[in-house]
Design a protein around this ligand. Structure first.
Ligand SMILES: [Mn+2]
Length: 314
């Protein structure tokens, strides 16, 4: 289905700003990179905004990421948010027209224009479908950026949402010139020494609960500092806890500096963890969600979450 109204809004805009969410991942940066490239093809003035000041080095291979600024341009007349499941993920208030392109189940259509498909495996898949439905051509730079989001959000094509459409999209992007070697090097196979060391410590401290169905991982500020790790370094161990045959849900509680706890949940599909995250004003996807707890009591929080996950088993 064509999105005629949105195409017209884009065509009329003079200065478009593409937005990646705070603490951006490959899907958010990849989709923003593809839209940025497309705006250049239209000879538009375009800016790349991300509220986070530090962007992971590994994403530098994505086209135009060197243009990212953490200050929102004052003269832009159209904003496009990519992979931002809530307005808050943008990291600033948007006073101009906004197009929200996303795939999070928790997305509440917060913009004037919304292109949201919670069935899509990545925002880059939503965008790929949008480009194709509206007969907008995809060049090699755009193909690389779209492929990056597809690889990352599908966990290297291993996620349960991977299907024939995902592989068809991957094939088409390859034919369009996507740099799949760079995506493999910087997305699938890339970890810092700090990340490896933290992962080892997390694996050693992992505990199993409820007949081995729930894996619990803790990360303290002391652990983060000891290894020089950053927040995204916690994800590998959390994802891999689901590789254990009995584990259905993996829960990570990470101590923040401000005496709060960051919770991250991963599920094999038998528990909708988005519903658990929502109880704490968090959100995401049924298989992958996050939230913040206003406490620093790790033990209490762990007990409470294990109980809640048990109650949400389907
Ligand atoms: Mn995504």
């Amino acid at each position: 289905m064509k999105n005629l109204e949105i195409i017209e809004v884009i065509n009329k805009a003079k200065h478009v700003v593409v937005i990646a969410h705070i603490n951006p991942d490959a899907d958010s940066l990849g989709s923003a990179s593809a839209v940025y490239t497309y705006m250049l093809k239209l000879h538009k003035k375009v800016s790349f905004f991300c509220a986070s000041k530090k962007i992971d080095e590994k994403f530098k291979f994505l086209p135009w990421t060197e243009k990212i600024k953490s200050v929102f341009p004052s003269d832009a007349d159209l904003a496009i948010s990519l992979d931002c499941g809530t307005h808050a993920r943008i990291g600033t208030d948007i006073a101009i027209d906004l197009i929200n392109i996303d795939h999070h189940q928790s997305n509440d259509a917060y913009a004037r224009f919304n292109v949201v498909n919670p069935k899509a495996i990545s925002t880059t898949q939503v965008l790929f479908d949008f480009f194709k439905a509206n007969d907008l051509s995809i060049n090699a730079k755009m193909a690389t950026a779209l492929y990056a989001g597809l690889v990352d959000d599908s966990s290297n094509f291993l996620s349960l949402k991977t299907d024939e459409n995902v592989f068809a999209m991957a094939q088409e992007l390859c034919l369009l010139g996507a740099d799949i070697k760079a995506c493999s090097r910087y997305i699938s196979r890339y970890i810092s020494l700090a990340g490896y060391r933290l992962k080892g410590a997390m694996m050693l401290s992992m505990s199993l609960h409820q007949d081995g169905e729930i894996a619990l991982l803790h990360v303290s500020q002391e652990m983060m500092q000891r290894y020089g790790a950053v927040a995204s370094d916690c994800e590998a161990a959390l994802e891999e806890a689901l590789h254990l045959p009995t584990v259905k849900v993996a829960l990570l509680l990470r101590e923040n500096k401000n005496r709060t706890l960051k919770g991250s949940l991963r599920s094999d599909g038998s528990v909708d963890v988005n519903r658990v995250a929502k109880l704490f004003d968090g959100g995401g996807h049924p298989h992958s969600s996050g939230f913040t707890l206003d406490t620093s009591d790790m033990q209490n929080a762990s007990d409470r979450l294990i109980q809640l996950i048990k109650e949400h088993r389907q």
